[in-house]
Design a protein around this ligand. Structure first.
Ligand SMILES: Cc1cc2nc3c(=O)[nH]c(=O)nc-3n(C[C@H](O)[C@H](O)[C@H](O)COP(=O)(O)OP(=O)(O)OC[C@H]3O[C@@H](n4cnc5c(N)ncnc54)[C@H](O)[C@@H]3O)c2cc1C
Length: 407
């Protein structure tokens, strides 16, 4: 197996780097940091003018939706090119991947009309979805969800509550899992719907996280400051909002979540922590002590870096399987265990290297780097829970990957 990039892929990487050096200026990043702090940068009409302009330029270069079919606004390219572009932009905190966008599930399960409408707009980042899965009594046990969608002529009427609907306050659309048949076993009576957030009867309330008090500084890359709870009161949506078949939503939702996990971002979020600490350690010295020459610190950083490369190879494997149309069963779950746990180990190790001042948060006069490392430590724990907890992922690996029986 050859892990090297081809000359064409290297050329693409250099092209993207040159574009970033020219267009992703400090002014653009500062505006993004102030206006959108880790919600859904560049997605939807709420994005700042500078970010919308940047995404327009990236789109014109043909770097959005590279691996998506041309008839749906993509480039009909290969996943490795998409990965390279995603990798470079994620390094400067500009997400260009389609993971978490809802597009993979729409492409796999949507009607022709849904694909034609949603996918080009998602690729251009004109619209975005909030994911409405979790409920107050249905998190890890998602199949217990109670939010109801009842068919009424050409419409469904939705009633219920969703928890942790991240980005629902900025998203243009909702990707909802709701119960359509309460009389059958719980996995079988669920359906997925996609519809606009401005449909009457939807209320979004903020759920502030630990990253909000004090607010995580610009440069923090782990953890949401805000998520939401979303209420549906007699929300009437057209029957055409159904994604896939009625009562087959468990399969549609699970497949979408699994495909959403394929991409560079999860690996890169962790790797960027490693790069940040290396840069910090190289530049830092105090009373003649230089951590860069401390053998214990060098050893730990090397260990973390090796772990990160494992994460990178897992990402490559997932992409290769999907690219070749192979069965993608447990691999996304394996990545979803390894990357967040690596992220927690990294941020904890950084905290130990920095000592007590490294734990001071944003706004404290003695905080190191304005508290970015401390906020990353707090935020890192979110990634082991959102998008499916690591415990649940381990269960999926044991059943789908190792063929172990259900307990
Ligand atoms: C920052 C953040 C953003 C999120 N964004 C979204 C979003 O956009 N949309 C959305 O729908 N949801 C979102 N979530 C919700 C997330 O998917 C759930 O929090 C997660 O599925 C766990 O559900 P729970 O919080 O109800 O915990 P619980 O289900 O109560 O679980 C509590 C703990 O017990 C463990 N556990 C539960 N059952 C088992 C089992 N059978 N075996 C082993 N361990 C088990 C879990 O892993 C967890 O550690 C987000 C969560 C966070 C923290």
């Amino acid at each position: 197996m050859d892990f090297a990039y081809s000359p064409e892929q290297e050329a693409l990487r250099h092209e993207v780097r040159a574009f970033i050096a020219e267009h992703v200026t400090d002014a653009v990043l500062a505006e993004r940091g102030q206006s959108e702090s880790n919600t859904a940068p560049g997605r939807g009409p709420g994005a700042s003018a500078a970010m919308q302009e940047l995404y327009r330029k990236i789109y014109e270069r043909g770097w959005l939706g590279i691996a998506y079919p041309k008839e749906y606004g993509g480039q009909g390219g290969d996943r490795m090119s998409q990965y390279i572009v995603e990798e470079e932009f994620t390094r400067v905190d500009i997400p260009v991947g389609m993971g978490g966008s809802g597009a993979p599930a729409i492409l796999a399960a949507g009607t022709e009309e849904q694909k034609q409408y949603y996918i080009p707009r998602l690729i251009k980042r004109e619209i975005s979805f909030a994911l409405g899965f979790t409920e107050p009594h249905a998190g890890a046990d998602l199949a217990s969800l109670q939010c109801r969608a009842v068919r009424d002529g050409d419409e469904y009427v939705v009633n219920g509550q969703k928890m942790y609907t991240s980005s629902a306050h900025v998203a243009t659309h909702m990707y909802l899992m709701a119960r359509t048949d309460p009389t059958v076993p719980k996995h079988r009576g669920i359906s997925v719907f996609v519809f606009p957030m401005d449909t009457p009867g939807i209320t979004v309330r903020p759920l502030w996280t630990i990253q909000n008090d004090p607010m995580a500084p610009v440069g923090t890359t782990y953890g949401h400051q805000r998520t939401n709870e979303t209420f549906f009161d007699d929300v009437r949506i057209p029957a055409s909002s159904l994604l896939g078949k009625e009562n087959e939503g468990w399969r549609v939702g699970a497949m979408g979540l699994n495909l959403d996990r394929v991409g560079a971002s999860r690996y890169l979020i962790s790797v960027r922590r490693d790069e940040d600490i290396v840069n910090f350690v190289k530049a830092y010295s105090f009373n003649g002590y230089s951590p860069a020459s401390d053998p214990a610190i060098r050893d730990k950083i090397a260990e973390l870096w090796i772990e990160a490369q494992v994460c990178r190879l897992m990402t490559m494997r997932s992409m290769s399987i999907v690219e070749h149309g192979g069965a993608f069963t447990y691999e996304g779950s394996a990545e979803k265990v390894w990357a967040p746990e690596h992220g927690v180990r990294t941020t904890e190790a950084i905290s130990q290297m920095l000592g007590p001042y490294g734990q001071l948060l944003h706004g404290s006069p003695q905080a190191i780097e304005d508290g970015v490392f401390a906020h990353n430590l707090m935020g890192s724990f979110q990634s082991g829970i959102n998008h499916g907890s690591t415990q649940v992922m381990r269960d999926q690996i044991s059943r789908r990957g190792l063929d172990m029986p259900r307990k």
